[in-house]
Ligand binder design. Structure first.
Ligand code: PGA
Length: 256
């Protein structure tokens, strides 16, 4: 496969300072020297520096869970892309479903965050995915297409090389019910086709599209074996070093 796998851990609003540093240290020991695929961890903002320090010198990279689109100024509580770069981040998650559905982020807001991240040299991970009610109403393709199209508005063909997409059906996130490989592959392939329409065939072929939603050590292999799944965005299972390492090992098997 010419797309490099990425296994990214989204720690969400979890861990204490000590737990974050310990988890990062354990991951360095278990998977820190792997270079056949990309590995990232996205801790909460207050622990970015400490986790960055803990993974320093390893092949694990740092990501943030969110970003704001302005450079600086009177935006209480927000964190800029420049600050994230400064803190050592490579990746930034944009439009995670919890931000869309709990916080109320719109496609337009997410697009602004994505554009700013790219402008600052970060590698955004654009999350898309349908609600259970939308799936049941047969609207999955429509909803996801719209999120992808609006999320990528204004992203040039050159900059698209820095963008990763993550398909995360909302009903599969944190529920223990993952999409079946067939369900995931159907949407992942559609997203790739859409990238081909927005950009061209080579971008479609090169864009990394992750799957997320209850990825665990025991289902990672069958999901990662799908032709259009180029890695995983892992929530719950990324909080246990053993589980996250086992998912990465499943990914490694796909690289050989
Ligand atoms: P989960 O979360 O693995 O706990 O389902 C995935 C995500 O929200 O990125």
């Amino acid at each position: 496969m010419d797309r490099r796998l990425l296994i990214a851990g989204n720690w969400k609003m979890n861990t204490t300072y000590d737990q974050a540093v310990e988890l990062a240290g354990a991951l360095v020991e278990k998977v820190g020297s792997i270079d056949a695929l990309d590995i990232a961890v996205c801790p909460p903002f207050p622990y970015l520096l400490a986790v960055g320090q803990a993974i320093k010198g390893s092949n694990i990279t740092l990501g943030a869970q969110d970003v704001f689109y302005e450079d600086n100024g009177a935006y209480t509580g927000e964190v800029s892309a420049e600050m994230l770069k400064d803190a050592g981040c490579k990746y930034v998650i944009c439009g995670h479903s919890e931000r869309r559905h709990v916080i109320g982020e719109t496609d337009e807001l997410i697009n602004r965050k994505l554009l700013k991240s790219i402008a600052e040299g970060l590698y955004p991970i654009l999350c898309v995915g349908e609600l259970l009610t939308e799936r049941q109403a047969g609207e999955t393709i429509e909803v996801v297409s719209q999120q992808v199209t609006r999320g990528l508005e204004g992203v040039s063909a050159t900059d698209m090389k820095n963008v990763t997409i993550a398909y995360e059906p909302v009903w599969a996130i944190g529920t223990g019910v993952n999409a079946t490989p067939d369900q995931a592959e159907q949407v992942q392939a559609m997203i790739r086709q859409l990238i081909g329409q927005i950009y061209d065939a080579s971008h479609a072929k090169e864009t990394r599209i992750l799957y997320g939603g209850s990825v665990k050590p025991d289902n990672a292999a069958e999901l990662l074996a799908c032709p259009d799944i180029d890695g995983a965005l892992v929530g719950g299972a990324s909080l246990k070093a053993d589980d996250f390492a086992r998912i990465i090992e499943q990914g490694l098997l796909m690289c050989r």
